[in-house]
Ligand binder design. Structure first.
Ligand code: GDP
Length: 410
């Protein structure tokens, strides 16, 4: 059995987007890169993920499970599906409840659309740290800075621009890494599987240097440590810049912004690096709260394997004729074959099987520790929103309440 990932290397993320912004394409690319890293499938061309899933390719849908697990730079990333359509607001709410960070996808032409605004504000409500990916830089009319401005105006975000587009529309060639001051060049021979870090072409150096200056300035506004060194005109090492971006992102004071084209496989790897660098692990967010069902007293459950079990069922799907319940474990350990309490319904349930869902396969695991998200087979009565807990230490996690979105009329 695979070794369990340390909790600090777990990322539970959602990709939130207006319909058509490119969420599916971005997810496919993410699975392409992460799949290749783990040698799950043979990659023959840029369509690797789809090679593993011919059926989905025909239907034009890649991922059907509510959560997909993948690995990047020794981190375990669970991508939680969040519906893009505003009609599914309740479902968005549910998924936002269980994720620790999100990547907002925007179209470089369409910008921040009303639906993205709604989901973004929902994520704000749950205090979910966010990054942004400005997609479709290759499309006619693509305007990166316009979208960055809209993020400020419409989302009230404080953007921290980490990659810059090199060219746009037909001429979109890739991205510049603002922190390192390099060009992340597309490698034709590997269909973008490998990137070459090259020096920024002469005629773009000033632009990249200015962007780095602007990033430090934006960081100074929200981070005193950077402010002091920035004012002192000190050279700030890369690692310190990354650490400051992470603090800003997790502290909800800044939004790391990336750009690229998911379709053309450009600019996606920096987003994955961003997920592991800047978005929080389950220990970086406040402990989950709930109440003791006997006394009504408020209790907190720490994100530790050794604490009593507290988990939330957030989605129930039929899977090959059987009920598959997706569960986020907040504290303690969920074990295959284990029995636990569903305090809301006053019943005991047993987990017959625990499954980690990957893009192209499912993996049976014996246990799921604090911070994990797994599919559970065998739960008979548990429904969405139910808590599962240790019968000796019962807790009822905060119920999922319905948030009425403010929809701006376009
Ligand atoms: P979703 O509805 O957010 O999941 O969006 P999809 O990933 O299905 O993409 C919507 C459409 O935009 C599809 O036709 C994609 O091929 C296209 N698309 C996605 N990313 C890009 C991109 O980077 N550039 C261009 N030109 N088209 C893209």
């Amino acid at each position: 059995m695979a070794q369990r990932t340390h909790i600090q290397k777990i990322r539970n993320i959602g990709i939130i987007a207006h319909i058509d912004a490119g969420k599916t394409t971005l997810t496919e690319r993410v699975l392409f890169y992460t799949g290749k890293t783990h040698k799950i499938g043979e990659v023959h061309d840029g369509q690797a993920v789809m090679d593993w899933m011919p059926e989905e390719q025909e239907r034009g849908i890649t991922i059907t499970s509510a959560v997909t697990t993948c690995y990047w730079r020794e981190h375990e990333i669970h991508i939680i599906d969040t519906p893009g359509h505003v009609d599914f607001t309740m479902e968005v709410e549910r998924s936002l409840r269980v994720l620790d960070g999100a990547v907002g996808v925007f179209c470089a032409v369409g910008g921040v659309e009303p639906q993205s605004e709604t989901v973004w504000h929902q994520a704000d409500k749950y205090r979910v740290p966010k990054m942004a990916f400005v997609n479709k830089m290759d499309r006619l009319g693509a305007d990166f800075w316009n979208v960055v401005d809209q993020m400020k105006e419409r989302l009230g975000a404080h953007p921290l621009v980490l990659t810059l587009p090199y060219g746009a529309e037909e001429d979109f060639q890739g991205v510049f890494d603002v922190v390192r001051g390099t060009w992340i060049a597309w490698d034709e021979a590997s269909q973008g599987m490998h990137f070459e870090e090259r020096p920024v072409p002469e005629d773009r150096r000033e632009e990249v240097a200015r962007a780095r200056e602007s990033l430090l300035e934006a960081l100074s506004e929200v981070d005193d440590a950077i402010l002091e060194r920035y004012l002192g005109e000190e050279e700030i090492p890369e690692a310190d810049i990354h650490a400051a971006v992470r603090r800003a992102c997790i502290g909800l004071k800044g939004v790391p912004v990336f750009c690229g084209s998911a379709l053309r496989n450009k600019g996606v790897q920096p987003v994955l690096d961003g997920v592991v660098r800047y978005l929080p692990s389950p220990v970086d967010i406040p402990p989950v709260k709930g109440e003791d069902p006997k006394t009504g007293a408020e209790v907190e459950r720490p994100p530790r394997d050794k604490a009593p079990l507290a988990a939330l069922a957030f989605k129930v799907q039929m899977d090959q004729g059987r009920k598959l319940t997706y569960v986020r474990v907040y504290s303690g350990m969920l074990k295959a074959g284990g029995e636990f309490l569903n305090p809301g319904k006053g019943i005991r349930e047993r987990a017959a099987r625990l499954l980690l869902m990957h893009a192209n396969k499912r993996e049976r695991v014996q246990e799921a520790g604090a911070g994990s998200i797994v599919g559970v087979m065998g739960l008979k009565e548990t429904t969405t929103g139910d808590t599962l807990c240790d019968p000796e230490h019962p807790v009822l996690l905060e119920p999922i309440d319905f948030y009425k979105p403010v929809i701006s009329v376009a």
